[in-house]
Design a protein around this ligand. Structure first.
Ligand code: ARG
Length: 490
């Protein structure tokens, strides 16, 4: 049984347009028996979820096949009934993939649509599929199977982006740029070091997803509507067939909580927060005021009125799309907060928020994997900017400390030197030795080496520092760390 993401989104998106929203169906299955009249047309439209939850069809069928096999194993179904069900479900899956399946809103959701189609095709055996199961544990299972596959796909996309960052950092390991605090020039750094900061953020995002995956990968099936089932089910067998690492302990919890989806949305919100900050920097660096980088034409857009414009719309859209992902996280938290145990229909509202979160994160990661290699660095401009703003003032203070001056005294002396240089409209390195000695008699001719940009970055050669040699070492370690998680996933 393959659990990998396989065009589910593409398929389900197309088939939304095939959904019969007017419902000519006579099969009002969810209401059979108990109700004397069909649902009001408005009620049918208001309660349906098939127009969007059909996206889960592959996982619904996968879960049903495992459930049927388990029922056959424990003797609730015959082998013959089980194989009829499996064959029937496989035919239905093929029809859905070919866009030949007619989704019907009268059948509410993906689960009822597929079950009804199965009964239509194979008759009595199909009527036995739902034995010992409820849509409540079914939908929880579908959602976990679906999310597990999507998280795997997102992890791969994150890894792709991280690889492009390591490549760019490697190319620009020694390229000098100004480092900022408060967006004011602070100290010189290397561009490679800056890229590795983004690598670290995405690396943590990747490990967070792996952690979240452990709580997604748990089988809720068997919880029934809420209280379990009276059939002699073998949940461990179902879990094994579906590749779940664990089985939920409590049936009420299993059908009602969506914390695994919320946790994923939290991980997604953090990914987007990182991409949004990254976008903000790219937008600044691409502006004429900074002009630190350029982006290949294929990754920019034009203006409808200003012919000269080349706009950074891709990072702007990523920054903008971060808002909706935050919104979905808050929606899901709010959706859960007042629900009594166990399942409530409120939970149907989890899907669109979750689906859109997944689509958005995937698209934004794809954008970044393509855009990062399209970045070219304007090393001269960055160097020039690093030279401004007295970015090596800390190096001068550190120099004085090495000569025996206490750091606070050194800080004060350099502050005065900076003020003097500002008035003289000179850089620190342009002051003469005599001028510098006015602020501390300990200053000697060797001071000029540490006032250069290269001297400044090279001095920060400890683990985690910005020195080009450290950046190269960090890239090596980054590749190894990344390989380790990539290997674990297989
Ligand atoms: N469409 C429903 C959902 O997404 C499936 C479960 C419905 N269960 C029920 N008892 N009405 O949550």
């Amino acid at each position: 049984m393959t659990l990998r993401y396989n065009d589910v989104i593409a398929n389900s998106r197309e088939s939304i347009f095939k959904t019969d929203m007017t419902s000519k169906s006579k099969m009002t299955k969810p209401r059979s028996g108990r109700f004397s009249v069909p649902a009001d047309a408005f009620v049918e439209q208001f309660t349906q979820s098939v127009s969007y939850d059909q996206r889960l069809y592959h996982y619904d069928i996968m879960g049903s096949i495992a459930h049927a096999c388990m029922l056959a194993k424990v003797g609730v179904l015959t082998e013959e009934e089980c194989s009829q069900i499996v064959r029937g479900l496989e035919t239905i899956e093929a029809e859905i993939k070919q866009n030949k399946f007619n989704w019907d809103t009268a059948l509410e959701d993906v689960h009822m649509n597929i079950e009804a189609a199965l009964i239509e095709r194979i008759g009595d055996a199909g009527k036995k599929l739902h034995t010992g199961r409820s849509r409540n544990d079914q939908v929880a299972t579908d959602l976990r199977l679906y999310l597990r596959a999507e998280v795997e796909a997102i992890c791969q996309s994150l890894e792709n982006v991280m690889l492009t960052l390591l490549d760019l950092a490697g190319r620009e390991a020694g390229t000098i740029m100004p480092g900022f605090t408060h967006l004011q020039t602070a100290q010189p750094i290397t561009f490679g070091h800056h890229m590795l900061a983004w690598f670290e953020m995405l690396y943590r995002d990747r490990t967070r997803l792996a952690d979240c995956q452990q709580r997604i990968n748990v089988l809720p099936l068997g919880a029934g509507a809420l209280a379990g089932t009276s059939y002699p089910i073998d949940r461990a067998h179902t879990a094994k067939l579906l590749g779940f690492a664990d089985i939920t302990e409590n049936s009420l919890d299993a059908v009602s909580d969506r914390d695994f989806a919320i946790e994923f949305c939290g991980c997604a919100a953090l990914i987007m927060m990182h991409l949004s900050r990254f976008s903000e920097e790219l937008i600044l660096w691409l502006s004429q005021a900074f002009d630190f980088i350029s982006l290949d034409d294929a990754w920019c857009t034009g203006s409808s009125i200003m012919p000269q414009k080349k706009n950074p719309d891709i990072p702007e859209l990523v920054r903008g799309k971060t808002a909706r992902v935050y919104g979905h996280l808050v929606s899901l938290l709010a959706l859960m907060k007042a629900q009594p145990l166990a399942y409530n229909r409120d939970n149907q509202e989890d899907k669109e928020a979750l689906f859109d979160t997944i689509d958005t994160v995937k698209a934004c990661l794809q954008a970044y994997a393509g855009m990062i290699p399209a970045i070219s660095v304007r090393a001269d401009n960055m160097r020039e900017a690093a030279q401004q703003g007295y970015s090596t003032a800390t190096d001068l203070a550190d120099y004085l400390v090495r000569k025996g001056v206490a750091f606070r005294d050194a800080h004060a002396a350099v502050g005065q030197a900076v003020q003097y240089a500002l008035n003289a409209q000179k850089a620190l390195s342009e002051l003469t030795l005599k001028e510098l000695q006015k602020f501390s008699a300990t200053i000697a001719n060797d001071v000029f080496a540490c006032l250069t940009l290269e001297g400044s970055v090279a001095a920060r050669k400890h683990f985690g520092g910005t020195a080009p040699a450290q950046v190269k070492a960090a890239i090596q370690r980054g590749r190894k760390r990344l390989e380790q998680i990539m290997v674990k996933k297989e």
